[in-house]
Design a protein around this ligand. Structure first.
Ligand code: ADP
Ligand code: MG
Length: 694
C-alpha cells in the first residue's frame, strides 16, 4: 500500500454510526432511536423499519449484498450467519429488501453453540437481538449487526448480554454515591475500557508445516533455539518490512471500522507484537477487541502471515496476554478514578478506590476464574506473566495515602496527625510514577486499573463483567451505609478507614514473580490457583452465585451453565492437544528419528568394515535409539491414560490437568531431545529457530 491515507476521511467510513444516522434518518426516527438508547426501552417496529431501510441503502452503497447478526457466543469468539438482501418479485426479478423485523431479531441455526444445558435439544433454537447501543458496520460485503444471543426461554447464551447488564448495574449503584456527594447532573456512569492486545506473526508456509500449530494454535514440541529473547533486541525494535506492511493494512481496516487503533510495537519475544486502541465504553471496547482479533487473522493471511492469538505458542518464550485498562467515568467524561483537585473530589475518589479494593479482596477467586483457560494456564505464574495470585499495586504515593488513612498518621504534613477525608487535599499523585511495577496483575496507573491476567485469545467481556459486578456490589453496600448516616463526612471517614484497614492484605507493591510473594500471599490468606482445574470450582461458590444473581447479571442457571462450558472447553482443548501430540509423535517424530538412526547404523557398518573410526556416529545412534524407546513408552502411557478418563465433571478436569498434561510434558521432553540429536534434513517440521528467526 503506497497510497496516501486520509485518515480522518476514512475513519469510521464503514460504520453506521450516530453521525450517519443523523444524516440519513428522519429527525423523528433519529430521536426515537436516541430515546430508546438513553432510557433502555425497546424500539417500536415502525421505527425499526425506517432504520433498517436506511441501513440497507447505506450498506448497499458500501458494496454490501448481505447482512449478518453478529454475536458473541460462549466460545469466546464471534459468530455470524449471512443472509442476502435479495427478495424475488412477481415478474422474476429481485429487489434488495431488509426490514425492522430482520434488524431487531434473528434466528441463527444455533444448535451447535455451547449452552451448558440451557437449551434442551427439543428447543435447540437460539435467537439474536439487535444491540442498538452498538453500531452496525460493513465488512467483506456484509452489513454486520451487533446482537445479543439468547435461548427460547430468554437465557443469555453469550458474553454481550451479561456485559450489558453489568454496565447498567455498576452505573445504577455508582449513581447513588454520586448523588450522596451532591451531584445532581450526571445521568449515567460509563465503564471505560482500553484493551492492549498481544499476538505473534509467523510465516504462513512454515505454520502450514506444523500440525500442532494448525490444530492447537501452539507448538507442542520444539527444542529451544540457541538464541531466545535474552538480548532483548526485539522489544520496541525496528519492525520488519513484511510486518510493517501488515500493520499498516491492519490500521487502515480498523480505522474504517471506527476502531481507534493507536499504538503498535514489537513485543519482548521474537515475532511478538502488540496493538492498542484508545479506550471507549466497555461494550464498544469488547466489540472492537473481537473485531481486532478477527481482522488481524484475515489481514495476516493476505500478507502470507499467520496471526497466533494463543497464550503460549512457544515454550520458553514469552506468552501473549491482554491488558484490560478499566475505569469509571461520568457521562460527561469525568474519570472517577482520577484523584481530584478539591477535598470533595478526593473524598469521592477514595470511596471508589475503597470499593475497588474491598471488592477485589472479597471476590479474588471470581475475577481469577474469568481468565482461567487451558491456554492461559501456561502463562499465569510463569516467569514473565503475572502471578496467579490476585493483588493490587497502588504505587508509592497512593500507597502512602492509604497507609496514612489506616494508621491515622499524616502523609505530608507532620503537624496534622490524621488525614481527614472530605476535608484534606490529597498529595498529588504523578501519573508517571504509578506504572513501574510490571509484575503486578492489577495495577493502578494514575486514573485507571490495568488488569494484566487476561489471556490473548480470551474475550475481554469476562473480566469486565466481574469488575463491574464487584464494583456494583461494593458501591451499593457503601451507599446503603452512607444514605443512613446523620453526619456524612464522619461516616465517610469511618467507612474509608475501616475498608482500607480490613482489606489491606490485597495491596502489594513488591515483586509478584518472586517465590517469597507466594509464601507471603499464603500467610495473608490470599487465594492462589495456578491452574484452571484448581480455580474453576470456586466459580460457582455460593458467594459468587449470590453476587451475580442479586445484581441480575446472571440467573443461577445461566451462571452454572457457564461453569459447565468452561470445564468442557478445558477438557476438549487438552484432549485435542493430546491426540495431536500422539499423532505427530507416531507419524512424524518417531519415523524421522528411526530413519536417521538407521542411516547412521548403515554408515557405522561400512566404516567398521573399512576400519575407520566412528565413535561420534556410534554414540549418537545409541542416544537416538535410547531416547526413541523412551519416547515410545511415553506415547504408550499417554494413549493408555486417554482411554481411562474418569467420570464426573470436576474429576475429568483434574485428570486432564494432573495426568494428561503431565504425560504430554514427559513426551515432549524426549521428542525435543530427539530433535537436538537428529540431522536437520531429517526433521519433519520447522524448528523454533526456523519459526522465530525467519
Ligand atoms: P501503557 O499501558 O502501554 O503505558 P497507556 O497507559 O497509555 O499505555 O494506555 C493503555 C490503554 O489504556 C490504552 O488503550 C488507553 O486508551 C487506555 N486508557 C487510558 N486511560 C484510560 C481510562 N481512564 N480508562 C480506561 N482505559 C484507559
Ligand atoms: Mg499496559
Amino acid at each position: 500500500m503506497s497510497h496516501n491515507l486520509n485518515v480522518p476521511e476514512i475513519f469510521a467510513s464503514d460504520v453506521f454510526n450516530e453521525a450517519v444516522m443523523k444524516q440519513r434518518l428522519h429527525p423523528d426516527i433519529y430521536n426515537a432511536w436516541k430515546q430508546c438508547i438513553q432510557n433502555s426501552t425497546p424500539l417500536e417496529l415502525s421505527v425499526a423499519n425506517e432504520i433498517a431501510e436506511a441501513m440497507k441503502d447505506w450498506a448497499i452503497e458500501k458494496g454490501a449484498t448481505h447482512y449478518t447478526h453478529w454475536f458473541q457466543p460462549m466460545t469466546g469468539i464471534t459468530a455470524e450467519k449471512h443472509d442476502s438482501f435479495i427478495a424475488p418479485t412477481d415478474d422474476g426479478r429481485i429487489i434488495m429488501e431488509f426490514n425492522g423485523k430482520s434488524l431487531v431479531r434473528g434466528e441463527p441455526d444455533a444448535s451447535s453453540f455451547p449452552s451448558g444445558g440451557l437449551r434442551a435439544t427439543f428447543e435447540a433454537r437460539g435467537y439474536t437481538a439487535w444491540d442498538p447501543t452498538a453500531f452496525a458496520f460493513v465488512k467483506d460485503g456484509s452489513l454486520y449487526i451487533p446482537t445479543c444471543f439468547f435461548s427460547f426461554t430468554g437465557a443469555a447464551l453469550d458474553m454481550k448480554t451479561p456485559l450489558l447488564r453489568s454496565i447498567d448495574e455498576v452505573s445504577r449503584e455508582a449513581m447513588r454515591i454520586m448523588r450522596l456527594f451532591g451531584d445532581t447532573e450526571t445521568k449515567r456512569i460509563v465503564t471505560c475500557v482500553g484493551a492492549e492486545q498481544e499476538y505473534f506473526l509467523l510465516p504462513k508456509d512454515m505454520y502450514a508445516q506444523r500440525e500442532d500449530l494448525r490444530l492447537t494454535g501452539r507448538t507442542l514440541f520444539g527444542a529451544l533455539p540457541p538464541k531466545g529473547q535474552e538480548l532483548d533486541d526485539h522489544y520496541f525494535g525496528t519492525i520488519r518490512t513484511r510486518v510493517s506492511k501488515f500493520m499498516r493494512d491492519l490500521d487502515e481496516q480498523l480505522w474504517r471500522l471506527g476502531i481507534l487503533s493507536k499504538t503498535k510495537h514489537n513485543e519482548t519475544a521474537p515475532c511478538q507484537h502488540e496493538i492498542a486502541p484508545i479506550y471507549t465504553d466497555a461494550n464498544s471496547a469488547c466489540d472492537a477487541n473481537q473485531l481486532i482479533m478477527m481482522v488481524m487473522k484475515k489481514c495476516a493471511a493476505k500478507h502470507n502471515l499467520v496471526c497466533l492469538l494463543h497464550e503460549k505458542p512457544f515454550a520458553g518464550v514469552n506468552g501473549s496476554g491482554k491488558h484490560n485498562n478499566w475505569s469509571l467515568a461520568t457521562d460527561t467524561g469525568h474519570n472517577l478514578f482520577s484523584p481530584g483537585k478539591t477535598p470533595r473530589q478526593n473524598a469521592r475518589f477514595l470511596v471508589f478506590l475503597a470499593a475497588f479494593i474491598k471488592g477485589i479482596d472479597e471476590y479474588q477467586d471470581f475475577l481469577r476464574c474469568t481468565v482461567a483457560s487451558a491456554g492461559n494456564d501456561h502463562r499465569l505464574g510463569s516467569h514473565e506473566a503475572p502471578p496467579a495470585i490476585i493483588s493490587i499495586f497502588l504505587g508509592d504515593e497512593l500507597n502512602a495515602v492509604v497507609n496514612s488513612i489506616i494508621n491515622g498518621t499524616n502523609y505530608t504534613d507532620p503537624e496534622k496527625s490524621v488525614m481527614r477525608i472530605g476535608v484534606d487535599v490529597l498529595p498529588s499523585i504523578p501519573k508517571d510514577t504509578t506504572d513501574r511495577n510490571r509484575t503486578s496483575p492489577l495495577a493502578f496507573t494514575g486514573n485507571k486499573f490495568e488488569f494484566r491476567m487476561l489471556g490473548s485469545s480470551l474475550s475481554i467481556a469476562g473480566p469486565n463483567i466481574a469488575l463491574n459486578t464487584i464494583m456494583a456490589e461494593e458501591l451499593g453496600k457503601f451507599a446503603d451505609e452512607l444514605e443512613q448516616a446523620d453526619d456524612f463526612d464522619s461516616a465517610l471517614q469511618k467507612l474509608v478507614c475501616r475498608t482500607f484497614t480490613e482489606h489491606q492484605r490485597i495491596i502489594f507493591g513488591g515483586n509478584g514473580y518472586s517465590e517469597e510473594w507466594k509464601e507471603e500471599a499464603a500467610r495473608r490468606g490470599l487465594s492462589n490457583y495456578p491452574s484452571t482445574a484448581q480455580c474453576l470450582p470456586t466459580y460457582i461458590s455460593q458467594k459468587n452465585i449470590d453476587l451475580v444473581t442479586s445484581h441480575g447479571i446472571y440467573t443461577e442457571d445461566e451462571f452454572r451453565a457457564r461453569y459447565e462450558i468452561y470445564l468442557d472447553a478445558y477438557r476438549k482443548i487438552i484432549n485435542i492437544e493430546a491426540k495431536t501430540c500422539l499423532d505427530m509423535t507416531l507419524h512424524q517424530i518417531l519415523p524421522a528419528a528411526v530413519r536417521y538412526a538407521k542411516d547412521l547404523c548403515q554408515g557405522i557398518l561400512t566404516k567398521k568394515e573399512l576400519r575407520i573410526p566412528c565413535k561420534a556416529e556410534d554414540s549418537i545412534a545409541r542416544k537416538l535409539s535410547d531416547t526413541t524407546d523412551k519416547l515410545y513408552l511415553c506415547c504408550e502411557k499417554l494413549r493408555e491414560d486417554l482411554e481411562h478418563i474418569p467420570e464426573g465433571k470436576e474429576d475429568i478436569v483434574n485428570y486432564y490437568h494432573d495426568t494428561i498434561v503431565t504425560d504430554m510434558q514427559n513426551l515432549r521432553e524426549q521428542a525435543d531431545i530427539l530433535e537436538s540429536l537428529t540431522d536437520k534434513s531429517y526433521w519433519p517440521y520447522p524448528t523454533y529457530s526456523d519459526l522465530l528467526f525467519y
